[in-house]
Design a protein around this ligand. Structure first.
Ligand code: GN1
Ligand code: MG
Length: 367
């Protein structure tokens, strides 16, 4: 952690420093470093942006400004109160910029801290329903964002064709000599490759639109108030154009797994259909108003796709010698790959049931 004096100096580019200023580390994000700043009576979140992952910081910050201003406007139109707790508020620098670059080339930003809020790492059916409502409403509010499309803050982030290209390159290079050992997994990936690129083909045929997606739809990216009611969706770095099946699928991948993403005990891994059903019902309640039939038909497929994509990304990183994901032990990426592969098998076994759940919920809301 940078020393407190240095952090105070950074804060002073955003707000005049009060005599009572306190700065503490906040949360356990894997990408950015976050600090809670108490400056007199005001509370903020200060973040160092991970510039090696988010290479275009001005574009990133401009996305976040457009998204938060648009949501704020929607909340006002709805007559909501307490709006500063229902959408993030960027604090510009005293010079009016959306980020500050320090002498070491680090990029910093500040937002208003949302008081009396909490997030959950464990899931239950009621929570899954409310999370579905929250992410569905997020997409709904952003479905009419005017102007140019948002920037892709990580280009081709959820593009399956691109992820497969990266994977095949890693296999061909075999940089650290691990290909032989994972021969079976490579075959499993290749045998599904065509099926999994369906969304890219549908998009080229003009049948599947891109909309504004969150692209990191984990339950812990939603803030709740002390009564467990949704306040707002946070972690907006990856908000960008994509297919709605991606956001739906990534929630199921992360939230409806009975095991852990990197479970060594594969018997624990599988899809929890009760969580699936509750999330689907919450999500469709809001999203039904703008989704097309093709989008609805492919939501359950999204759960398979995002799990498959994660298998490809973890195995690619394993073959490249573990350069992207932080690992806790030598074959962590391989363990992750195998655990996600087991989840994929479970999703495949339960696919018909999942598809029925989605279609039935959609029918209910349509009438
Ligand atoms: C990364 O670190 P975390 O959990 O925010 C990754 C996601 C992956 C996830 C897998 C920017 O997210 O896309 O699905 O790991 N984020 C980025 O656990 O690559
Ligand atoms: Mg994140």
């Amino acid at each position: 952690m940078p020393n407190v004096q240095k952090l105070k100096n950074i804060v002073s580019y955003f707000v005049p420093l009060s005599e009572n200023i306190e700065i503490k580390p906040l949360g356990a994000g894997h990408i950015n470093d976050s600090f809670k700043v108490t400056n007199g009576n005001n509370e903020y979140v200060l973040q160092r942006i991970n510039h090696s992952i988010f290479k275009d910081v001005p574009a990133l910050q401009s996305n976040i400004l457009r998204v938060t201003m648009h949501i704020r406007q929607k909340l006002i139109e709805r007559g909501e109160t307490d709006i500063d707790r229902k959408v993030l508020t960027l604090v510009p620098t005293l010079e009016g910029k959306l980020y500050f670059e320090d002498a070491d080339g680090n990029f910093w930003r500040m937002t208003i801290f949302i008081r009396d809020s909490k997030s959950y790492d464990e899931i239950n059916p009621g929570l899954a329903y409310r999370a579905g409502i929250a992410f569905g409403d997020f997409q709904l509010m952003l479905s009419d964002l005017p102007g140019d499309p948002l920037h892709e803050t990580i280009p081709d982030f959820h593009n399956m064709e691109f992820r497969l290209e990266e994977f095949r390159q890693a296999v061909n290079r075999d940089r650290v000599g691990r290909v032989m050992e994972v021969d079976d997994l490579i075959k499993e990936i290749e045998s599904r490759a065509y099926e999994m690129c369906l969304p890219e083909r549908l998009h080229r045929e003009g049948k599947l639109p891109k909309r504004i997606n969150h692209c990191d739809t984990k339950v812990n990216n939603i803030l709740f108030d002390n009564d467990g009611q949704v306040l707002c969706v946070v972690d907006l770095d990856t908000v960008m154009p994509g297919y709605v099946l991606s956001d739906f699928g990534d929630f199921i991948r992360t939230g409806a797994n009975t095991g852990a993403e990197d479970d060594k005990n594969l018997d624990k891994v599988g899809v929890n259909l009760e969580i699936f059903e509750n999330y689907a019902k919450g999500y469709l309640k809001n999203a039904i108003s703008f989704l097309t039939d093709i989008e609805i038909d492919n939501l359950a497929f999204g759960a398979k796709l995002l799990t498959y994509m994660q298998i490809v990304r973890f195995l690619t990183d394993y073959l490249n010698g573990d350069t992207y994901y932080k690992i806790e032990y030598g074959n962590h990426n391989l363990i992750r790959t195998k655990a996600q592969f087991r989840l994929l098998e479970s999703l495949e076994e339960n696919f018909d049931r999942m598809q029925q759940i989605v279609l039935r919920a959609a029918e209910e809301y349509k009438v």
